[in-house]
Design a binder for this molecule. Structure first.
Ligand code: ENP
Length: 266
């Protein structure tokens, strides 16, 4: 009856398994967590309720049980480049995006909703945010975003897609609406904005123009030390892995050497 995809099959097994994977292997530094209790708190946020009346605060217990330290200088915010961010962050080894925290890892790539007057999950369909914004998944990510921003500290990074249709800094968007307002100004030393275009995509947005300028101005007005750079080299290397022959992927140091050809003896 809803327009969105239904609950991911085997949801309970997936999230409980993910939780143990996270605390035992991905990031044991979080310490002991009770994964079945975290699942119960997660489920109780939305089961037996009208699927359009789920609020971020319904996930409060879930968040309290799954919360852990986010190391300073490791936070990575993003918009419109989830798979790139997943690869770049490397499950928390390089950066810790929301999807690399226990609470974000729990829900990443999944879908879920319950139904009024029934303890069962709805595997057929779930409401989209267009149908109602107070749905189980949207409210989950709002709560997770707020928490993630509140616990981020040191130098924080934002990786934006300079080829995105609506601009690199979407408004409305999670970063604009739930993350920026919840950053703890006193604990943040700098905000580093990276705008990276898709290798074969258009150059829609860059530092200092369009939506990125709006973002830079907003952050500076809030009192943050902001720096913005286009096409960060490390991120470019990652993109170039799949597009080695693209002209944007010529390695600066080796290209001239290769063009010179073999060294002659005379
Ligand atoms: P999209 O629309 O590009 O990607 C949504 C996909 O990313 C979904 O598979 C979603 O899981 C997963 N995801 C991981 N983290 C988030 C998230 N944090 N979030 C919504 N979905 C997330 O992402 P958005 O909507 O632009 O969100 C990007 C935001 O995430 C940025 O603000 C970034 O800083 C933040 P699922 O369960 O829905 O399938 C917040 C909202 O971390």
């Amino acid at each position: 009856k809803w327009k969105g995809e239904g609950t991911t099959k085997n949801l309970e097994n997936i999230v409980i398994g993910r939780c143990y994977d996270y605390i035992r292997i991905v990031n044991p530094a979080v310490g002991e967590k009770n994964c079945s209790q975290i699942w119960e708190a997660f489920k109780n946020a939305f089961i037996n309720k009208d699927p359009c009346s789920i609020l971020p605060k319904d996930y409060e217990l879930f968040i309290n049980l799954s919360l852990h330290t986010i190391p300073p200088n490791k936070s990575l915010f993003w918009e419109n480049n989830q798979l790139l961010v997943n690869r770049f962050a490397d499950r928390g080894r390089r950066y810790m995006s929301l999807g690399d925290t226990l609470f974000g890892f729990f829900g990443d790539f999944l879908n879920w909703c319950g139904q009024a007057d029934s303890p069962g999950l709805d595997y057929e369909s779930c409401p989209t945010t267009m149908e109602c914004e107070n749905n189980a998944v949207e409210s989950f990510w709002r709560m997770a975003s707020i928490t993630y921003a509140q616990h981020s500290s040191g130098v924080i990074h934002v990786l934006l897609n300079g080829s995105a249709d609506g601009g690199a800094y979407p408004q409305p968007g999670f970063f604009a609406d739930y993350e920026i307002p919840n950053l703890q100004k006193d604990r943040i030393s700098q905000v580093v904005v990276w705008v990276v275009d898709d290798i074969e995509g258009p150059d829609v947005d860059s530092c200092g123009i369009h939506s990125v300028k709006i973002l830079e101005t907003r952050l500076k007005t809030l009192g943050y030390d902001v720096i913005c750079t286009d096409n960060n080299k490390s991120v470019m290397f990652l993109l170039c892995l799949d597009n080695p022959d693209n002209s944007k992927c010529a390695l600066a140091s080796s290209a001239p050497a290769a063009q010179r050809g073999p060294i002659s003896s005379d």
